[in-house]
Design a protein around this ligand. Sequence first.
Ligand code: DX5
Ligand code: ZN
Length: 221
Amino acid sequence: MPHLVAASLLAADFGNLQRDISMINNSKADWFHVDIMDGHFVPNFSIGTPVIEAIRKHATKPLDVHLMIEKPERYIHHFVNLGADVLTFHMEATVHVNRAVNLIRELGVKAGVSLNPHSPVSLLDSILGDIDLVLIMSVNPGFGGQKFIPSTIEKIKKLNQMRKNSSSGFLIEVDGGVDEQNALPLIEAGVDILVAGNTIFSSPDPEKTILNLKNCLNRAE
Ligand code: DX5
Ligand code: ZN
C-alpha cells in the first residue's frame, strides 16, 4: 500500500481554522491528525469538544484522533461520538489496554495504540493481533515543532520485523519531527503513515510540502 500523510492540526492557525482545513481537504493529505492533551499525561493542553466539532463539520477526510490523556477508556464513547475514524491512545496511560481496544472496535472505529520514545516495542507483544494501528512517537508527546529522535528508525525496523513474524496487519504510524529529510528513511523502515504538523504548516507552500511527503521527495535535493 502507498503510504499515507496525516496533517497534524496542532500546527494550524486556529484563528483561520476553516481556511487551514480547506487547504488539507484540497491537498494530497489522507487524514486529519487531531491531538488531544489533558495537562496530566502530557504537560500541555490542546483542543476540546467545540473545536473538534468544528473540524468534523468541515473536514472531508478521516479524523485520526491521538489521545494523550490519562485513563483514555473514560472518553472513548465521547471521541467516537465526535466523529473519530481512527482512535489511538497511549499504552502508558492505562492499565486496561485490551479493554480499551475492544471498546473502540466494538464502536466501529479503528483502534490504535501509541508508545512514547522510551517505551519498547516488546510492550506490544500481546496486543498486536487485536489492533489496527501502532503510533510510534518520535518526540516526547505534548508539543509540536520538536526535533526528531533518530533512534526511532531502529525502533520502527524492529516493529516492522515483529509485524512480518506475526499474522497481524496493523499499520505503523510515526508522529513528531517528521520532515522531507526523514520521510524516506521512515518509509523504508516500515512506516505506513507519516504525521506532520510544523513541516506542513510552516511551509511557504503547504500543499507542495504535503506532496513532497507523499512522494518522499526532499526539497533540498
Ligand atoms: C505531539 C503531537 C504531534 C505533533 C507533531 O505531541 O502528537 O502530532 O502535532 O508535530 P510536529 O510534526 O510539528 O512535530
Ligand atoms: Zn499526535
